[in-house]
Ligand binder design. Structure first.
Ligand code: NAP
Ligand code: MG
Length: 502
């Protein structure tokens, strides 16, 4: 087989699928089924990678490895400084391998090569940020309990964490979780989406090179319904961090009930772009186009609903259309394209179904609406619908594709009602030049993340997560690290304890 680095440097398609085994207890692991599954590039229609479809026995081996590594303290008992050193080395190795990781990410996910490169670089930055946090994990002291009692609140790693990730940002989303899990002193079993497992497997190898002790990070590949489910149910796992759709999140929550493991859920969204009449419409139009077309609309935080003041609706929609008409959709390995492929046939059919439903329900198609699956290459033009009824499927359901629905409002109250009128609460953008209006809006809008005059931006310092059916808990920032810890209250008697019975 041609050398992977060489392929990545020249951006040629592999002649045969690039095969990656799993990673358990610091070693490559082929599993007891021996069943490898090929992944076709959704932008090219040819097999590009191949990973193991694991069994529940393989998953059990991974959990046993993580359990041993947690219980014997090989990672949790290291100093924060020692853990930070490993995380910083990992960040450096990610940077050193950026081209290989970028290439694998684009082949499997269908996202444009330049975008993948940006995501891998930004992910390295998250590892660096989390390295710093490894040295500031701390608890509290309470010297206000009276003369005879002194209190300590000790923050300890929660133990073994199961991490289940989706296919839309495979490396970036993992990097919003794993370095925080590790900074906290936990061990992990990771189950990436089967469609996009290769960069997670490559990372596991880089972590060993960075000096991470064996067994601290284990990766099991395969089907969520089999190994993901078994991980969520597992009695030896102390916490499950799940990122994916709301229906699967609900089943993870139920599965976690067996041993009452802690649950972190980052789920779907139907995120509003709320545009007031005084907004800078050119700024807003560019961001709205980006918010719906970026990653082909396959982002949990895609701005998929435009809620706009009636007086500027027509103007704004025309400007969004003008931006979208310049967006180039096509081969993800061609650096000139802004938008790549839809991840797979199922997702492609689902998005096309929503576009057809929009037409049927009487919404007005402004632009896009065309889709091509020729040669098992899946592309959809960014699509905008006007006059979308707030209760229709187009306005209520997470499409996870480049489809924007537009609904006008007349009053501030109506804008907030529309914005909050979905079961989700992940993110929202607010466009206005009026500071007071912006503050009034972000106080009222139900979402874990708000952007004022911007969209889909931030840094690892800021916590992410949702309210309502968009999830439970937060990732990233110091809050993200704290999610992976438990508090222990220690009460220390000072002097002799007053006797109960003299
Ligand atoms: P998904 O179908 O829910 O799958 C997510 C992950 O869960 C995959 O690894 C999947 O495995 C696994 N899985 C499937 N069934 C499972 C089960 N019964 N138990 C445990 N794990 C199981 O989501 P997706 O289609 O990959 O991703 C799209 C969804 O993710 C969207 O709804 C999006 O909004 C959400 N998302 C949310 C965030 C956030 O931060 N809030 C970020 C990104 C994406 P396989 O698919 O490999 O079988
Ligand atoms: Mg899925």
């Amino acid at each position: 087989m041609t050398n992977l680095n060489e392929l990545a440097a020249t951006l040629r398609l592999p002649v045969e699928p690039i095969r990656s085994p799993m990673f358990i207890d610091g070693k490559e692991y082929t599993g007891n089924s021996g069943e490898f599954v090929a992944r076709k590039s959704p932008g090219h229609g040819v097999p590009v990678t191949s990973t193991v479809r694991a069994t529940v026995e393989d998953l059990n081996a991974a959990v046993a490895s993580a359990r041993r590594a947690s219980d014997d303290g090989r990672w949790s008992r290291l100093s924060g400084e020692q853990r930070a050193t490993v995380l910083l080395k990992a960040a450096q190795l990610i940077r050193d391998n950026v081209e290989t990781l970028t290439y694998l990410e684009t082949l499997e996910s269908g996202k444009p090569i330049g975008q993948s490169r940006g995501e891998i670089g930004a992910a390295a930055g998250i590892w660096e940020y989390a390295a710093g946090l490894a040295r500031v994990v701390h608890g509290d002291t309470h010297d206000t309990l009276g003369g005879d009692l002194f209190g300590l609140v000790v923050r300890q790693p929660i133990g073994v964490v199961g991490i289940v990730t989706p296919w839309n940002f495979p490396f970036f989303i993992l990097s919003e979780r794993l370095p925080f899990v590790l900074a906290a002193g936990c061990t992990a079993v990771v189950k990436p989406a089967e469609l996009t497992s290769s960069t997670t497997l490559k990372l596991a190898a880089l972590l060993i090179e960075a000096g991470l002790p064996d067994g601290v990070v284990n990766v099991v590949t395969g089907l969520g319904s089999v190994v993901g489910q078994a991980l969520a149910e597992h009695m030896d796992v102390d916490m499950i961090s799940f990122t994916g759709s709301t229906p699967v999140g609900r089943s993870v929550l139920a599965a976690a009930g067996g041993n009452m493991k802690k649950v972190g859920l980052e789920l779907g969204g139907k995120n509003p772009q709320i545009v007031f009449a005084d907004a800078d419409l050119d700024d807003a139009a560019d961001a709205i186009a980006f918010g719906i077309a970026f990653n082909a609309g396959q982002c949990c935080v895609s701005g998929s609903r435009l809620v706009v003041h009636r007086s500027v609706e027509q103007q704004l929609v025309e400007r969004v259309k003008a931006v979208l008409e310049k967006v180039r959709v096509g081969d993800p390995l061609d650096a000139a394209n802004h938008v790549g492929a839809i991840v797979e046939a199922r997702q492609f059919d689902k998005i096309r179904g929503f576009i057809n439903a929009g037409r049927r329900d009487g919404a007005q198609l402004v632009c896009g609406g065309t889709a091509s699956n020729e040669g098992e290459r899946f592309f959809i033009e960014p699509t905008v619908f006007r006059n979308v009824q707030p209760q229709s499927a187009l306005a209520q359901e997470e499409i996870f594709g480049p489809v924007l629905s537009v609904t006008p409002f007349d009053t501030f109250e109506e804008a907030i009602q529309l914005a909050n009128g979905v079961p989700y609460g992940l993110a929202a953008s607010i466009w206005t030049r009026d500071l007071q209006g912006a503050i009034k809006s972000f106080r009222e809008v139900q979402a874990g993340r708000i952007w004022v005059n911007c969209t889909i931006t931030g840094g690892p310092e800021m916590p992410i997560g949702g309210v309502k059916q968009s999830g439970i808990g937060r990732e990233t920032g110091r809050y993200g690290l704290e999610e992976y810890t438990e508090l222990k209250s220690v009460h220390i008697q000072v002097g002799s304890r007053p006797r109960w019975i003299a």
